[in-house]
Design a protein around this ligand. Structure first.
Ligand SMILES: [Zn+2]
Length: 364
């Protein structure tokens, strides 16, 4: 067989690997066919599906030395290492479309697709699952919708897949629900507080109203009482007034009686006196009465253009300045006549005085 490559295209790592794999499978298949022919293998034996026996690391068939020293074993492409970043890689149609768990992040299988878009490993797994009544690989296909439950079990029997982002989502949801609950609680509390405040205000208003009403009632009662008291007082006053009037009337009556009695007494006394006394005594009494009368003692007597002092009791005419006796006056034919005083001679003043008193009494 010629060593010159009859093919076109670049010889990449993938092409190189795929060719090794194909050669392995072809060898395994040839062996199976040969053994079947001899009757040494039957259906159900390991070699029924030669693809299942392809080793993970086909690089062992490459004669070149390993990079890390002679014989150093490098992880094969089939060797899986969980990495959250793998979940974000775009779908690669060259590779197995099985979705791996990848610690809850999910990722496409890194083996090359062989049959039905699956690597030999997952194709084998798939066939077994179907045989046992399952529907698909447990986590579905990377180019299909992510399942919520295990697809490897019959419908309704698969356990739930707790994908990591769902966990985060769930946690976020839980957090948000918690926050919502707290907000609701706060709002309810605020509402409750408000209601309580309103109730308190209402109660206080009612209290104030009651107090006001009571005060008003009290004031009304007080006013009524005062009015009653005033009315009673007025009544009493009226009664007192009436009594006073009665008393006054009685007093007046008494006074009248007493007055009458006094007058009567006086009259009786006078009558008795009159009976007892004669005319002279009566005259003397009257004269004495005249003397007692507060008549002006001095007057003015005009004589020769001079104003002289006139003692009306004695009818003596005096100098108004030094009260020197200048003369006497006597009534002659209804007129007062001046008589100059004669030194060292007695005048009959008594008789004059008597006549004067007589005229006075007559006038009364
Ligand atoms: Zn696979």
């Amino acid at each position: 067989m010629s060593k010159a490559c009859p093919l076109v295209g670049r010889m990449t790592v993938d092409v190189h690997y795929a060719s090794m794999k194909a050669a392995f499978e072809a060898g395994a298949e040839a062996l199976r066919v040969a053994l079947e022919k001899t009757g040494e293998v039957t259906n159900g034996d390991v070699l029924t599906d030669t693809r299942a026996v392809v080793p993970d690391d086909l690089w062992v068939f490459d004669p070149r030395p390993r990079k890390e020293g002679p014989g150093a074993k490098k992880p094969s492409p089939g060797k899986w290492v969980d990495d959250p970043e793998l979940a974000n890689k775009p779908f690669d149609a060259e590779r197995c479309n099985c979705r791996k768990w990848n610690a809850g992040h999910g990722a496409q299988c890194n083996r090359f697709a062989e049959d039905d878009g699956l690597c030999t490993l997952h194709k084998n797994q798939y066939d077994k699952i179907i045989a046992l009544g399952g529907r698909d690989l447990p986590h579905g296909r990377f180019n299909e919708e992510r399942p919520t439950h295990e697809l490897s079990k019959p419908e309704g029997e698969g356990a739930e897949h707790k994908w990591s982002d769902m966990k985060a989502e769930k946690a976020a949801k839980k957090e948000s629900e918690k926050a919502e609950k707290a907000a609701k609680k706060d709002s309810e509390k605020a509402e409750k507080d408000k209601a309580r405040e309103l109730k308190k205000e209402k109660r206080e208003a009612e209290k104030a109203e009651k107090k006001k009403k009571k005060a008003e009632e009290k004031a009304e009662k007080k006013a009524k009482k005062a009015a009653e008291k005033a009315a009673k007082k007025a009544e009493e006053l009226e009664l007192a007034k009436k009594e006073a009037e009665v008393a006054e009337k009685a007093v007046e009556e008494v006074a009248v009686v007493e007055e009458v009695k006094a007058v009567l007494d006086e009259t009786t006394k006078k009558v008795e006196e009159m009976e007892e006394t004669n005319g002279e005594e009566l005259a003397l009494d009257l004269g004495e009465e005249t003397e007692e009368m507060p008549e002006e003692k001095f007057g003015i007597f005009e004589h020769d253009g001079e104003s002289l002092k006139w003692n009306k009791e004695t009818n003596e005419i005096l100098d108004p300045d030094d009260e020197e006796l200048l003369g006497r006056v006597a009534q002659v034919d209804g007129e007062w006549k001046f008589n100059k005083v004669e030194r060292d001679s007695d005048s009959d003043s008594d008789s004059d005085s008597d006549s004067d008193s007589d005229s006075d009494s007559d006038e009364e």
